[in-house]
Design a protein around this ligand. Structure first.
Ligand SMILES: [Ca+2]
Ligand SMILES: [Ca+2]
Ligand SMILES: [Ca+2]
Length: 163
């Protein structure tokens, strides 16, 4: 059971890493550096996460359902796929894989298992993601932090693949 959870978490993280990292930079910084100074402060991150949570809650009932969560992700995924030069077969495969992972991520995020992601659950997940990216733990994710984190994640994946 624990292994399943770890695998799901790893899958969630690799999904984040797999989304476009333009110019070889960090997808995390690309996504959250709203003032474009090259790093992500905790305040920037929290503000952007709050916006995303509200945007994902499509019916504005204050919680995010599985349908809303996967729907929001799917819309972003389709944009990426539309921009990709892969064959249609590859895109179909990728779409199925990523959507499956989105459902798994929903299950991981829904820690109290009520089939909804509450803001508190979303925030807890965000705090974990930020802490993981912030390699030197000084409260700001710089390119150096992101690079160090990516190297660690790669090593962890390789380690897992060898088992
Ligand atoms: Ca910034
Ligand atoms: Ca909702
Ligand atoms: Ca929940």
């Amino acid at each position: 059971m624990k292994t399943v959870l770890i695998l799901a978490t790893v899958a969630a993280l690799s999904a984040t890493a797999a989304t476009a990292a333009p110019h070889g930079g960090s997808a995390f910084i690309h996504d959250y550096d709203t003032n474009k100074d090259g790093s992500v402060s905790r305040a920037e991150f929290d503000a952007e996460r709050a916006v995303r949570y509200k945007a994902t809650d499509a019916n504005k009932d204050g919680t995010v359902s599985e349908e809303e969560y996967v729907g929001e992700y799917s819309a972003r995924l389709e944009k990426e796929l539309a921009a990709s030069t892969d064959s249609e077969d590859r895109k179909t495969e990728e779409r199925q894989r990523q959507i499956r992972q989105a459902h798994v991520r929903f299950g991981v995020l829904d820690t109290n298992k009520d089939n909804k992601i509450q803001q508190s659950e979303y925030d807890a997940s965000g705090a974990r993601a930020f802490a993981q990216q912030d390699d030197d733990k000084n409260g700001t994710v710089t390119q150096a932090d992101a690079t160090a984190t990516a190297a660690k994640q790669l090593a962890a994946r390789e380690n897992r693949d060898q088992k």
